[in-house]
Structures are given as C-alpha cells and as structure tokens.
Design a protein. Structure first.
Length: 133
C-alpha cells in the first residue's frame, strides 16, 4: 500500500524448511552452505520464531557509521515495525512460552509486532508457543 507504506507478504508452506527458504528468497539471502537461514523452528508441537531478523540486520549494516546520520536514520525508521502473523489451520496455541504474541480468541492465530529501531521497545521477533494436537 503506497499511501500507508505497508508491505504485506504471505506464505502458505508445507513445512518449516520451506518457510525458511521462502523467507531467504524474499530477502535475497544466499547462504554459502546452501542451507536456509533459521527464522522458525518446529520441534514436536513447539513452534519457535528465532531472534534472527534479516531486515533489521540488513538495515543496521546500511546505517551510516557517522553518529549524526545514524541518529537521523533512527528518527526516520523509529516507528517502523515488522508484524509476524501465523494462522493455524488445524491446531491451536495451547501455551505461550515466550515473546508475548497476541493470540486470537479462538487461539488459531497469533501475531507478534517487532520494532526495528525504536529504543526501549521489543526489538526481537522471537517467540515460542506450544501447539495443541
């Protein structure tokens, strides 16, 4: 949306590896070992979003080293957020371990908002939830 500067990307994936590879493709990341970056993990019924944030890492590399220009970049992008939303087809969230994602009433979807630059705010995309059977 060019009026509100919102970019929305959706993935419908078969497994976590496919999701991680899709995110790498979106960010144009090619790892030397050919493996996908690990944004998400799924072990048994525990879904985890790792702390790795490709957008924030890339922006930090591109921010000028000069203090004045770095402050200007923080002012410009201070309110910039990334929202991770997960919609579960057959399962529900049975427990939230960490990261405080916002759950829907039916616990079949949840989201986590991450500030990319804002100091004093949650700058980590990480969360960990347990899924029902």
């Amino acid at each position: 949306n060019e009026d509100t500067y919102v970019l929305q990307v959706s993935f419908d994936f078969k497994n976590i590896d496919a999701l991680n590879r899709g995110i790498d493709i979106m960010y144009s990341i090619v790892n030397e070992d050919g493996k996908a970056s690990e944004y998400f993990k799924l072990r048994r019924r525990t879904l985890e979003r790792t702390d790795y944030n490709a957008i924030a890492e890339q922006m930090k590399r591109e921010v000028p080293a000069n203090d004045e220009e770095a402050e200007m970049a923080k002012m410009m992008f201070g309110e910039m957020t990334a929202v991770t939303s997960i919609i579960l087809n057959e399962q529900k969230v049975s427990r939230v371990y960490s990261g405080e994602p916002e759950l829907s009433e039916d616990k079949k979807s949840f989201s986590k908002t991450t500030y990319l630059y804002k100091e004093g705010e949650d700058n980590s995309p990480a969360f960990k939830v347990k899924l029902s059977r």
